[in-house]
Design a protein around this ligand. Structure first.
Ligand code: FAD
Length: 191
């Protein structure tokens, strides 16, 4: 598929290419008309109605990596949906590949280190639910079904911010899939 094709809103991905992605992707792949497609493409702002050519529901970093590489290879527009709360609809797209992280909602809390690790599709409530078991709380936002990833990259402001600052200031490390298809870890010591 050419990069010219990616500018159109009506894009079809050849079935053999979808099968090729399926061989590398553990989560479900949904095409228009498939059960679950409409739920997966829906975002918080109901005025935004976009229809990706393909939705890849990721189950881990390896799926995200496979999706990013596939979009590059095919010249497809790529969108990443976390909690789907971006009002402008940046978490979805027309005619491209949508990586839906809505199945990646694991949270692991280390009460001694007072540290939580959360997957990129977590909602604020997912993190609160696990941290409060230990009498801890993260500096997140006001509405529990907002995505932690979109909120954090935008700064993140909530109930605890006046005392403890922005969500982004509390992040110690992130695992990131770069646009050129690499998995990297970013922290104070790693860039
Ligand atoms: C009802 C409502 C309440 C809100 N309350 C607050 C609040 O209390 N505090 C506050 O600070 N903000 C708040 N916001 C704003 C919110 O933080 C932003 O809209 C944020 O972008 C939402 O993130 P999301 O993951 O839910 O959205 P999405 O629409 O899924 O994603 C937003 C952007 O982040 C990118 N993205 C999402 N997940 C990932 C990921 N894992 N990796 C890489 N990129 C990713 C998407 O590609 C997109 O560009 C609120 C918004 C709404 C609609």
């Amino acid at each position: 598929m050419s990069s010219q094709a990616s500018a159109r809103s009506e894009v079809e991905i050849a079935p053999e290419w979808i099968e090729r992605l399926r061989a590398q992707h553990r989560g479900p792949l949904l095409r228009p008309g498939d059960p679950g497609y409409d739920d997966a493409r829906t975002v918080w702002n109901a005025m935004i109605q976009r229809r990706p050519a393909l939705i890849a529901r990721c189950l881990g970093a390896a799926d995200v990596l496979a999706g990013v590489r596939f979009a590059r290879e095919q010249g497809l527009r790529l969108a990443i949906k976390g909690g789907g709360h971006n009002i402008a609809g940046l978490g979805t797209c027309d005619g491209g590949l949508l990586l839906d992280l809505g199945l990646m909602r694991g949270v692991w809390v280390d009460p001694e280190e007072r540290m939580a690790r959360a997957q990129g599709g977590c909602l604020l409530g997912d993190v609160d639910r696990e941290t409060q078991l230990h009498g801890l709380a993260a500096t997140l936002g006001f509405v529990s079904n907002t995505g932690i990833a979109g909120l954090t990259v935008g700064g993140g402001f909530g109930y605890l911010s006046r005392r403890f600052g922005w969500t982004s200031d509390t992040v110690t490390a992130m695992e990131v899939v770069t646009a050129d298809g690499r998995l990297v870890r970013a922290s104070e010591r790693e860039t």
